[in-house]
Design a protein around this ligand. Structure first.
Ligand SMILES: [Zn+2]
Ligand SMILES: [Zn+2]
Length: 344
């Protein structure tokens, strides 16, 4: 049996031969970051390495002064003789799986990923490996997503219906990734789109990085309220329950998340509609992704680890749980709060 290329430490996944961590949750000397969500990209590392599109996001969120290098997908580099490369994860712009190779033994760390092409992120690319570390945020058989074309039909119909009644449509989505994915799918014939400051800022960071995204007007104290009545407003999760929403009255409030598939989540947050839009693999896609890697050994992290490991073992795969400090969506919500603070 070959020795694993990684170790699990109290700071996260560590590659001892290269003395580097992947998405560490405590400050380290050297790190490779899969993508800009704050459960993966944290403060305090001495150096960061990521994809070109993640770099401006990391600089925006963690500070202009961070020491950050970036590479293109499929561009290999070596650290202490260990070969590394980043491969598209399809999760959000710049998101990457990390491939690590030593003496023909290949490890892939998935980060967060999805297989469906969102026409925003570079589409997921399966990478063959001996060992695959996969996320399992939605690793339960109940999670099955509708095709995104159908979801967008629903969202645009909801908008049209609200507009016909002179009601604003407030759509809640994470400012990094989800908000831009919505911009790609919304039907601009329905009316005007406005953005909350946190969404506006992130959209501008990605536009300046060269992503093909529309310019969306930011809501300020001076925005004429009459403009809202048939408009679409994209807001971050921190806006839910916030008095800021009052300026759109009358409005309908909807939330976009994979968690909307769980009954009760909508009611608990006092929202009118839940759209199941996820940037993670659902159950069938998770299984497909594991198969595509042809890995002999699978480590499961970041979500429903126990359930998915049990399932893989029942299917005669050598699967193990990898305990991480998983905090998932709750910590991503703090991204948006930080993005608001960044509003200049
Ligand atoms: Zn993520
Ligand atoms: Zn994550």
């Amino acid at each position: 049996m070959q020795q694993e290329l990684f170790q699990m430490t109290d700071k996260g996944i560590y590659i001892p031969d290269a003395d580097i961590y992947i998405d560490p949750w405590k400050p380290v000397e050297k790190s490779i970051i899969t993508h800009g969500h704050s459960d993966h990209a944290r403060f305090g590392n001495n150096s960061y390495l990521c994809h070109h599109l993640s770099k401006p996001v990391l600089k925006y969120r963690l500070g202009e002064m961070i020491n950050c290098c970036s590479v293109e997908y499929n561009e290999s580099f070596t650290i202490n003789g260990i070969k590394f490369s980043l491969h598209p994860a399809g999760h959000i712009p710049g998101s990457a799986q990390i491939r690590i190779e030593k003496n023909g033994n290949v490890l892939v760390v998935s980060g967060d990923y999805k297989l469906e092409n969102d026409f925003l992120s570079t589409p997921f690319e399966p990478v063959k490996c001996n060992t695959f570390i996969t996320e399992s945020t939605f690793g339960l058989p109940i999670f099955r997503w509708k095709k995104q074309s159908e979801i967008f039909k629903d969202i645009n119909a909801w908008w049209q219906q609200n507009a016909a009644q002179n009601r604003a449509s407030v759509l809640v989505a994470y400012s990094l990734g989800k908000a831009q994915r919505l911009l790609k799918g919304l039907d601009l014939h329905n009316g005007k789109i406005f953005a909350h400051g946190a969404v506006f800022n992130m959209n501008e960071v990605l536009r300046q990085a060269g992503l093909d995204l529309p310019y969306i007007e930011r809501i300020t104290a001076d925005t004429n309220k009459s403009e809202f009545k048939n408009a679409m407003i994209i807001a971050p999760p921190s806006a839910v329950g916030n008095p800021w929403l009052k300026k759109f009255d009358p409005y309908s409030l909807a939330f976009c998340s994979g968690w909307m598939q769980v009954r009760g989540n909508k009611r608990r947050q006092a929202i009118d509609r839940g759209f199941v839009v996820s940037d993670h693999v659902d159950w069938p896609a998770l299984n497909e992704a594991v198969k595509l890697t042809e890995a002999e050994k699978i480590y499961v992290t970041h979500g429903y680890t126990a359930v998915f490991v049990k399932w893989l073992r029942e299917n005669n795969l050598d699967a193990h749980e990898l305990k991480t400090e998983f905090t998932g969506e709750s910590i991503i919500a703090t991204d948006d709060i930080n993005d608001e603070k960044n509003i200049a």
